[in-house]
Design a binder for this molecule. Structure first.
Ligand SMILES: *[C@@H]1O[C@H](CO)[C@@H](O)[C@H](O)[C@H]1NC(C)=O
Ligand SMILES: *[C@@H]1O[C@H](CO)[C@@H](O)[C@H](O)[C@H]1NC(C)=O
Ligand SMILES: *[C@@H]1O[C@H](CO)[C@@H](O)[C@H](O)[C@H]1NC(C)=O
Ligand SMILES: *[C@@H]1O[C@H](CO)[C@@H](O)[C@H](O)[C@H]1NC(C)=O
Ligand SMILES: *[C@@H]1O[C@H](CO)[C@@H](O)[C@H](O)[C@H]1NC(C)=O
Ligand SMILES: *[C@@H]1O[C@H](CO)[C@@H](O)[C@H](O)[C@H]1NC(C)=O
Ligand SMILES: *[C@@H]1O[C@H](CO)[C@@H](O)[C@H](O)[C@H]1NC(C)=O
Ligand SMILES: *[C@@H]1O[C@H](CO)[C@@H](O)[C@H](O)[C@H]1NC(C)=O
Ligand SMILES: *[C@@H]1O[C@H](CO)[C@@H](O)[C@H](O)[C@H]1NC(C)=O
Ligand SMILES: *[C@@H]1O[C@H](CO)[C@@H](O)[C@H](O)[C@H]1NC(C)=O
Ligand SMILES: *[C@@H]1O[C@H](CO)[C@@H](O)[C@H](O)[C@H]1NC(C)=O
Ligand SMILES: *[C@@H]1O[C@H](CO)[C@@H](O)[C@H](O)[C@H]1NC(C)=O
Length: 551
């Protein structure tokens, strides 16, 4: 039955772009659509009945811009929404912060899957005719495990599905990878999914969507047909002469399976015109290592007793990787999952649809989605440390536009902190706020008990030096020089043998002996050797090709 493989039609799908879907833990359903760069206060409802809001409440940084080239008229995308963007010329990383966990439910362990989607339409907003390349992060994780997002002259979007711990905000950051490439973003969408959806993937693994096609449709399907607002692309208005599209004659199609595909997508199918030839070979060229395919089927005609449609899905031409036989049910949806396929050496994956010997009808396909199962999600920087950093930010507005995870992903740590090298849940090991013009009184950030270095020199910090500054168990350097501290040096500092301390240049500080305000550590220096490790991973930049589809 495999002899016809060579004759199979090749559907060649190159990777478009990665898709991010974010999973949000909330008890209420979230369906938030942010029109980045739109400062309009009045929400805008598009032709899909999606309500778009401006992005001001979610970000403090960046500049709003309008495109100079009108967005393409593509089904599924609203041209007004795509006409504005937010660009980020300054800072290495800029983040949106979305608090979706405002419900009363205090169950910190509850997670809910969320789909997060970001889209990018350059539209020559800067008149440079040069769409940029940059990095994208969600909650301290790289959205692209293989490199940067590459924008084009068209609309590019990416999705990730993940589970967010209850109480956490969603953070999405764009980050510079090349000095002259200015990151931007056009939309950011959060959709919560039912708890059953994609539940066969453990909650601590993100799903990076690679593609999602409804083969029988001739235009894009999304909300409201898909209540989760997944975007099901069409392979085009026309199919070549070897194929036909057939619409089911079933009065209704039951789509109440876990992943809840939209009914319109299951109502139409793609078939080979010549019933005695195999349907297709779907081939994906993708550098990702572990790919999950979800294929959706529904029979389009009520079969009589002498008719049978039955086929196997053969993966990578491997006789040990046959899934099936698939017999599409009439009036219902069937989802067939092919889990965790490993690519061949040349990074391609393919699936052949091969009729079984007793089949009288050709194979069909309604829809297919496939994605990369990502690395285990980072927990994010220790939340005790993050909270204490928040106190500093609250007190000093110079620090307030730092957003997103302070340490992750490496190497996009905030400029004024250093972190240890735990890539799952890092601790803050150094805070350097020197020369930032900070005025006022230090808040109590003693909860950051992994601190080894505190450098606050050359600011206008005032009043007494807090006792807690000498009590960090691992602190070896404390620099308070050139401020406006007054009173005396607390004993926690003067008696701390580990500490190299400097408070010179505080005119109102009492320094009865020269070593009170400027002392070396009495512990020999090897101990000071490995204070703070910053991340230094090479950034892998990998070309992600826009997907094209040949039929
Ligand atoms: C966009 O395309 C749709 C259908 O393809 C059409 O009805 C609509 O008029 C087009 N809009 C513009 C502004 O061209
Ligand atoms: C880009 O060019 C258009 C017209 O050519 C002009 O109206 C616009 O101000 C320019 N924008 C920038 C950012 O230079
Ligand atoms: C697209 O499909 C719909 C129904 O499936 C059909 O009514 C319409 O004529 C099709 N349009 C084109 C351009 O084929
Ligand atoms: C249809 O299929 C045949 C046999 O596989 C192939 O030779 C032909 O080029 C195909 N036609 C088109 C339009 O792709
Ligand atoms: C259908 O395919 C079979 C097997 O490839 C071939 O022998 C036959 O000629 C084809 N029929 C048509 C009408 O192209
Ligand atoms: C089943 O349907 C096919 C196609 O309509 C027809 O050719 C065939 O005679 C039918 N067989 C029976 C047993 O009804
Ligand atoms: C996928 O398969 C590889 C081995 O082929 C295995 O190491 C990995 O854990 C699997 N991933 C998942 C999420 O099942
Ligand atoms: C990839 O390798 C397989 C065999 O492992 C081969 O059949 C296929 O044609 C190759 N694809 C490309 C695009 O080179
Ligand atoms: C933060 O780190 C401390 C020390 O390792 C640990 O006791 C605490 O549980 C961590 N907090 C969280 C929320 O993980
Ligand atoms: C803190 O930052 C300043 C300026 O960026 C730098 O001169 C100083 O050496 C840093 N302090 C430490 C302890 O690294
Ligand atoms: C002190 O900080 C200010 C900014 O607040 C900066 O302009 C000045 O150069 C710094 N002085 C020294 C000696 O670093
Ligand atoms: C220094 O602090 C004292 C209060 O401790 C305050 O009166 C004074 O204005 C401050 N000086 C500067 C330059 O901020």
């Amino acid at each position: 039955m495999n002899t016809q493989l060579l004759n199979l039609l090749l559907l060649l799908v190159f990777i478009h772009f990665s898709c991010f879907l974010v999973l949000v833990p909330v008890s209420a359903k979230v369906f938030l659509s942010i029109d980045c760069g739109s400062s309009t206060l009045k929400p805008h409802t598009d032709k899909n009945t999606i309500v778009w809001v401006g992005d001001d409440p979610y970000i403090q940084t960046g500049e709003t811009r309008k495109v100079n080239v009108a967005p393409p008229n593509i089904s599924g995308w609203d041209s007004r929404v795509m006409s504005t963007l937010r660009a980020f010329p300054s800072r290495k990383k800029n983040c949106y912060s979305i608090n979706i966990a405002s419900s009363k439910d205090k169950d910190a362990t509850k997670v809910e899957r969320v789909l997060l989607r970001a889209s990018f339409y350059y539209g020559n907003y800067d008149n440079k005719s040069s769409p940029p390349t940059f990095n994208l992060h969600f909650n301290g994780n790289n959205w692209f495990q293989t490199g940067d997002i590459i924008t084009t002259t068209g609309i590019v979007y990416t999705e990730v599905v993940y589970s967010l711990k209850k109480g956490n905000n969603i953070n999405v950051c764009v980050a510079k990878t090349k000095p002259d490439n200015i990151p931007f973003i056009s939309t950011l969408e959060v959709r919560s999914l039912d708890s059953d959806a994609y539940s066969y993937v453990p909650p601590d693994f993100p799903l990076f969507f690679i593609g999602r096609y409804a083969y029988g449709t001739n235009s894009t399907t999304r909300y409201p047909e898909d209540s989760f607002d997944r975007i099901w692309a069409s392979i085009g208005p026309e199919v070549n002469a070897n194929y036909t599209r057939i619409t089911s004659n079933s009065p209704s199609i039951d789509v109440s399976i876990d992943d809840k595909p939209p009914e319109v997508v299951l109502r139409t199918a793609l078939l080979r015109a010549n019933a005695s030839e195999n349907l297709m070979e779907i081939r994906v060229s993708d550098p990702k290592i572990f790919v999950q395919y979800n294929a959706y089927f529904s029979e389009v005609i009520k079969l009589n007793s002498s008719q049978k449609r039955s086929f196997n899905l053969v993966v990578n031409n491997d006789p040990d990787s046959i899934v099936g036989p698939v017999v599409p049910p009439y009036g219902r949806a069937l989802e067939v999952r092919i889990s965790n396929i490993t690519s061949s050496a040349n990074f391609s994956y393919w699936i052949d649809f091969v009729p079984t010997d007793d089949s009288t009808l050709p194979p069909l396909i309604n829809a297919l989605e496939w994605y990369n199962i990502g690395d285990k999600l980072a927990q994010g920087t220790n939340s005790t440390d993050v909270k204490a950093l928040g106190l500093l930010q609250k007190n000093f507005n110079q620090l307030q536009d730092w957003n997103g995870d302070p340490c992750l992903p490496s190497p996009y740590t905030w400029d004024w902190v250093s972190c240890n090298s735990d890539t799952d849940s890092p601790r803050i090991t150094a805070v350097n706020l020197s020369g930032l013009g900070l005025k006022g009184i230090l808040p109590d950030f003693s909860a950051m008990d992994a601190l080894e270095i505190i450098d606050l020199h050359n600011n206008s910090l005032m009043q007494g030096i807090p006792e807690f500054l000498g009590m960090f168990p691992k602190l070896t350097v404390l620099n308070l020089a050139d401020n406006n501290f007054s009173g005396t040096v607390p004993s926690s500092i003067s008696n701390n043998a580990n500490l190299k301390f400097n408070a010179l240049g505080n005119p109102n500080l009492s320094c009865p002996t020269s070593t009170i305000c400027n002392k070396e550590s009495r512990i020999p220096s090897p101990n000071n050797g490995n204070r703070s490790k910053t991340y230094a991973h090479p950034i892998v930049i990998l070309l992600v090709m826009l997907s094209g589809l040949l039929l």
